[in-house]
Design a protein around this ligand. Structure first.
Ligand code: SAM
Ligand code: SF4
Length: 361
């Protein structure tokens, strides 16, 4: 009886790739459709952080005093990121998401997205943002064709929002959401982190707000990354989230595990549920209670060029120097080496958490 790892490998691999596995090659291999790691996972999605800085200090993401910022000399320039994206594209990466910190606090970010789209017309492109600076960047963002946007919004109550973000004004986010819709950004998703005793009673309201605006709502399980904030008592797993949604909004049925209504890759982390009363969907990202390591298709790159093959693995593969030297062969070798260190499960690592703002979420 093959092990579950073997099952995953054989399910995902093409005939040519199976030959490779039969040959027993011990390391990840780049294929046209993505890098296939030794566990058979196809890595075709890069999340690149463009800055560790942020205009908010969300309680679940950062300590109150913020995180000491990296020096400008230590972060990749836009042309470095474009070069690295070219290498990743050659290795089969098909989807890039830019994140932060808050990506739009970095000067020139909207223009960079346009440059990125020009250089990589085929790449699926999206940005994760708190949306507070979207309205003021709307004109430039409108020039970026086929841009998706994930917007973080954990509460609709202005006072709670200020508390959650340690000073943010929810009206900036509302203007950002309106601007994103006006300029035709699609898809737009709202990501909320449910926290018991804070926003748990608001989940149906957040869903209704998203639906009213033609947006897909998703809940991300609160991950224990920022020390001193996460406690088991505040954690809401997907079971508890669904219980609240069923109590307040009637029946929900799983649409299909890990497939979204809006073109998310099948290996995406969200499970989508359809509400019987409205026929509309909402997603839950079970990052903690039912983590998706066996089908994880992503790699993360920090603004200083550290590649994390797993969110929970603090051991980064440093790419900054190979990027700066434009050394294609070394960059590919180091990326493959980093992917080889991708754990099968976050249970195997959990050694280096850090703040989500530095890793990119
Ligand atoms: N500033 C942008 C934003 O807030 O969307 C992008 C960076 S933020 C680190 C990316 C995502 O990580 C956000 O959706 C945020 O809610 C999520 N996040 C941060 N800390 C988290 C935690 N401890 N558990 C779950 N999600 C978290
Ligand atoms: Fe900033 Fe995003 Fe972290 Fe909030 S979640 S502090 S907006 S990086």
């Amino acid at each position: 009886m093959p092990s579950s790892i073997e099952n995953i490998r054989w399910t995902l691999a093409s005939p040519m790739e199976r030959q490779f596995f039969c040959a027993g090659a011990p390391r990840p291999m780049p294929f046209r459709d993505g890098i296939v790691d030794r566990r058979g996972r196809r890595i075709d999605y890069a999340r690149i952080s463009v800055t560790d800085r942020c205009n908010y200090r969300c309680i679940y993401c950062m300590p109150p005093e913020g995180v000491p910022p990296l020096s400008h000399d230590d972060i990749m320039r836009y042309e470095d990121i474009l070069w690295l994206a070219g290498i990743l594209s050659e290795l089969g990466v098909k989807k890039t998401r830019f994140t932060g910190g808050e990506p739009l606090v970095r000067r020139g970010m909207a223009g960079f997205l346009k440059d990125f789209r020009d250089v990589f017309p085929e790449m699926a492109l999206s940005v994760t943002t708190n949306a507070s600076l979207v309205a003021q960047n709307a004109r430039a963002l409108a020039q970026v064709p086929r841009l998706g946007m994930n917007i973080s919004l954990d509460t609709l109550d202005p006072d709670k929002f200020r508390e959650m973000t340690r000073g943010g004004d929810i009206m900036d986010v509302m203007s950002g959401i309106a601007a994103a819709r006006d300029i035709g950004i699609s898809p737009i998703k709202i990501n909320a982190v449910p926290i018991l005793g804070f926003n748990d009673s608001e989940l149906p309201r957040i869903i209704e707000f998203a639906w009213d605006n033609g947006i897909v709502p998703r809940f991300i399980e609160f991950m224990p990354l920022c020390h001193g904030v996460w406690t088991r008592e505040r954690f809401m797993g997907s079971g508890e989230i669904l219980r609240v949604l069923r109590e307040k909004m009637g029946e929900w049925a799983l649409v299909s595990p890990c497939a979204s209504a809006d073109g998310d890759v099948p290996s995406g982390p969200a499970r989508y549920y359809s509400n019987a009363a409205s026929g509309l969907t909402a997603g839950i990202i079970e990052a903690v209670s039912n983590h998706f390591c066996s089908r994880c298709n992503r790699l993360r790159i920090t603004s200083s060029g550290g590649m994390r093959s797993c969110l929970f693995n603090g051991a980064e593969t440093p790419l900054f120097d190979v990027v700066k030297s434009r050394d294609t062969a070394s960059a590919k070798r180091e990326i493959l080496r980093g992917i080889d260190a991708k754990p099968l499960s976050w249970n195997d690592v959990r050694n280096g958490r850090g703040h989500m703002s530095g890793i990119g979420g």
